[in-house]
Write a protein that binds this ligand. Structure first.
Ligand SMILES: [Zn+2]
Ligand SMILES: [Zn+2]
Length: 178
């Protein structure tokens, strides 16, 4: 199912989320679940993981709930959007080919429990939701499969570019002409 190795933590200096794939041994991190300090056990990039500095009852990494996984993936998606290293593809509803979907210009992003929004001023210009949770009308919404997001993050690690396929079918530029 999910890969728990990929859960991230909060960088204590920047107060921002960092995915396990991009954490550095020289930084200090705290647990999203219990707010306490973490130690990064570094092995191969793929196998590094966090443990709590002080043993406690927190099960954040050991036994994460579905909501923790969604929240973590969204925290990461927000960072990817903020640093502009995510490319969104959609499948054309006509020719079925994948094509790159340009995101609208946005100033900043916000994360909610079941979505990430891109905002321009006070206006939401696009949103990312999980699977079938969609509370948005009149805004382009990308449905993101969380499992796929996690897989893509792993694949995209070396290239620093993450590709995601939006669950919404649009028509590509070629098909729009006809
Ligand atoms: Zn914890
Ligand atoms: Zn097409």
């Amino acid at each position: 199912m999910y890969n728990n190795y990929l859960l991230g933590a909060i960088n204590k200096k920047t107060n921002r989320y960092e995915n396990i794939m991009s954490v550095e041994k020289t930084n200090e991190y705290k647990c999203i679940g219990c707010d306490s300090d973490l130690i990064l056990r570094k092995g191969e990039k793929k196998f590094q993981n966090f443990i709590h500095k002080q043993k406690n009852q927190c099960e954040y990494f050991k036994n994460p709930s579905e909501q923790i996984l969604i929240n973590d993936a969204f925290s990461h998606l927000k960072e990817l959007l903020d640093t502009n290293i995510v490319t969104i593809f959609s499948k054309c509803s006509c020719c079925k080919f994948k094509f790159e979907t340009k995101l609208p210009k946005f100033d900043f992003t916000t994360k909610n429990s079941n979505s990430v929004e891109c905002l321009c001023g006070t206006e939401t210009v696009c949103a990312f939701v999980v699977n079938d949770v969609n509370n948005y009308t009149n805004v382009p919404v990308h449905k993101i499969n969380i499992q796929e997001l996690i897989v893509r993050i792993t694949i995209g690690f070396s290239s620093k570019k993450v590709e995601l396929v939006s669950g919404i079918n649009f028509k590509c530029e070629q098909c729009k002409k006809y």
